[in-house]
Design a protein around this ligand. Structure first.
Ligand SMILES: [Fe+2]
Length: 277
């Protein structure tokens, strides 16, 4: 049987999918999957190895371990999808990553999201605005990060639940602030099937140091983003391709006029674009 004829036959079988967007996605998926197999002259053994790999990825997932997000991240697909959906004038988005937990505690502006032993204390502060710079009051910042031992709370029995996580709401002037720690580089987990991807390709599995944030407000498109540390050594080789130049910030040493309980201060503003009606 002619390979291209087979592709057409499969496409035809799905051409009646009622939902137009699903029809478009299915057709493109089939075309690209078939093209991949044809371009690489995929063998049955390789196809089965792929099935077994994806099965292992699924079996590694549980409520706190998301191996499929990790796989999407290390193949650059998560980063690509965020880039394709960026809004003009808004803060650049980047990957969600596998360590987000919904339901973090709501905290007061300025509050510390971790513990004194978690790392070097840092104050992060700024404003949430629209693309024209007008402040957005009542905007929400859902922030999370790893400990200076390189682990998120959900990976580390030594940290309490929701450690280094918090939800903050901007005041009338759009201002926010919170205390945390200066983030450190950490290795993405390689004890699961995605670890094979790193070993087989010879890539390192370190992430450039960052704080995660999802910034949202009623009437605006939410942005999933990071605050990267400008002094970090992995900015040019982030394991999940998440770095954007516009998201790199200086963790400057605290000085006169800064609160005396922090070692570093970061000033970072976020911009949200209005929702499309
Ligand atoms: Fe992270």
């Amino acid at each position: 049987m002619d390979a291209e004829k087979l592709t057409d036959e499969v496409l035809e079988a799905y051409a009646g999918t009622p939902d137009p967007r699903l029809r478009e996605l299915l057709a493109a998926l089939i075309r690209h999957l078939h093209a991949f197999a044809m371009e690489t002259a995929l063998t049955p053994q390789e196809w089965m190895a792929g099935i077994e790999f994806l099965t292992a990825v699924g079996q590694k997932c549980d409520p706190q371990r998301q191996e499929f997000i990790l796989l999407s991240d290390v193949l650059g697909l998560s980063s690509l999808v965020e880039t394709l959906n960026a809004a003009d004038g808004a803060t650049e988005p980047t990957v969600l990553g596998p360590f987000y937990l919904p339901g973090a505690p709501r905290r007061e502006l300025g509050e510390q999201i971790g513990r004194a032993e978690d790392g070097d204390p840092a104050l992060i502060r700024g404003r949430v605005t629209d693309p024209a710079g007008r402040p957005i009051s009542g905007a929400t910042l859902d922030v999370w990060q790893g400990n200076s031992n390189g682990l998120y709370d959900i990976q580390d029995p030594g940290q309490p639940e929701f450690n280094l996580r918090g939800v903050f709401t901007t005041g009338a002037d759009g201002n926010y602030s919170f205390r945390t720690i200066r983030p450190v580089s950490y290795p993405v987990p390689i004890d699961g099937p995605v670890g094979e991807v790193f070993r087989a390709s010879g890539r390192h599995n370190w992430r450039a140091a960052h704080v995660h944030a999802i910034v949202s407000a009623a009437g605006y498109r939410p942005v999933t983003t990071h605050i990267f540390d400008s002094a970090n050594e992995y900015l040019d080789s982030d394991a999940v391709f998440g770095v954007r130049d516009s998201l790199i910030q200086e963790f400057r040493a605290a000085g006169p006029g800064d609160p005396d309980d922090v070692t570093y201060v970061v000033d970072v503003d976020f911009a949200l674009a209005p929702s499309v009606a």
